[in-house]
Design a protein around this ligand. Structure first.
Ligand code: PBG
Length: 336
């Protein structure tokens, strides 16, 4: 026993493994925890009734008609999920150059909000005001002579936000990345008497390939001409992303979001350090699909990677995560 090991010389009295030696020590020193309160569930809507339509590129995720969405959201609320985010697959013949359908008070998105609000009490509804589900070119803004026009888009987005709040939306989440939108939406909501409706800014939305399956889910993939590089942030730019978020904070955002999630954890951390605001990450469709696809092949342990990826957002400073895994994760957490 008096044999001297080489390692003694290196570690001395410092041994990290003492805190890792048993389940109880590991629980005692655990820094981050995922709970159901961290989860926001994004769902896809289609017109009609009785429809649960699987999305091929997102195994396990469905487009739902409003009646089916109400049932699913009830289940999410029963699991304790605090909020949902809704995305509509608008009928193609209702899409046009300016996305005018977003200004219909009774459009698919607002119908869903009204129905869910009526049927499910204890869940928040977050709605997006980007125009992409409503335009026939798949862009988030109004397209004029090859350009996505900023100020005209903002005017429309503000009107859409007021209609969404009228329908019962609790938080407006503008994802279209136009300049000045947060301040304009805040003023619009306040003027319309919606002072308590919050704004979760997609503060830093990157121009990303990870959105592919989502574009299939809401049928914008075939429509989109060109790319969104003139309004989304370049994946190369972190400091620019922080500056963009700073403007949203100044303009009155209540919460910030980073999108996509896992490849951008550095941005989550930087925003959390820079601002005293809740920060959320959107684990987007492509991130979901990567985990699902590899899991279905048996190449990774899908449940384990799902829970690990969600926990890592917490470690990176996020207050919560928008994830297509929300219901699955909530079920697992309930069982644990
Ligand atoms: C556009 C929008 C996107 C997503 C939600 N709203 C990106 C895009 O199509 O450019 C992506 C969500 C996901 O990939 O899960 N306003």
């Amino acid at each position: 026993m008096d044999k001297t090991h080489l390692v003694d010389h290196i570690t001395g009295h410092r041994r990290m493994r003492r805190n890792r030696k048993a389940d109880w020590t590991r629980r005692l020193v655990q820094e981050s925890r995922l709970t159901v309160d961290d989860l926001i569930w994004p769902i896809f809507l289609v017109p009609g009734s009785g429809i649960v339509d699987p999305i091929p590129a997102m195994p396990g995720v469905n487009r739902m008609s409003v009646d089916k969405a109400v049932e699913a959201v009830k289940e999410a609320a029963d699991l304790g999920i605090p909020a949902i985010a809704t995305f509509p697959n608008i009928a193609l013949d209702l899409r046009d150059q300016t996305g005018s359908q977003i200004l219909e008070a009774n459009n698919l998105l607002n119908q869903a909000t009204m129905a869910i609000k009526k049927a499910v009490a204890n869940i928040g509804i977050i709605t997006d005001v980007a125009l992409d589900p409503f335009t026939d070119h798949g862009h988030d803004g109004i397209l004029r002579e090859g350009e996505i026009v900023n100020d005209e888009t903002v005017d429309q987005v503000v009107r859409a936000a007021i209609l969404q709040a009228d329908a019962g939306s609790d938080i407006i989440a503008p994802s279209e990345m136009m300049d000045g939108r947060i301040g304009a939406i805040r003023r619009g909501l306040d003027a319309a008497g919606h002072q308590s409706v919050g704004i979760m800014s997609y503060a830093t939305k990157f121009s990303s390939g990870y959105y592919g399956p989502y574009r299939e889910a809401i049928s914008t993939a075939g429509l989109l001409k060109g790319d969104k590089n003139s309004y989304y942030v370049s994946p190369a730019n972190g400091t620019e992303a922080v500056r963009d978020a700073a403007l949203d904070v100044e303009e009155g955002a209540d919460m910030l979001m980073v999108k996509p999630g896992l490849p951008y954890l550095d941005i989550c951390w930087r925003l959390k350090e820079a601002f005293s605001l809740p920060v959320f990450a959107y684990q987007v469709s492509g991130e979901y699909t990567q985990i699902k696809a590899a899991g279905m092949q048996g190449w990774i342990d899908e449940q384990r990677v799902m829970m690990e990826s969600l926990l890592c957002f917490k470690r990176a400073g996020c207050d919560g995560i928008l994830s297509y895994f929300a219901v699955e994760a909530a079920r697992l957490l309930a069982r644990a």
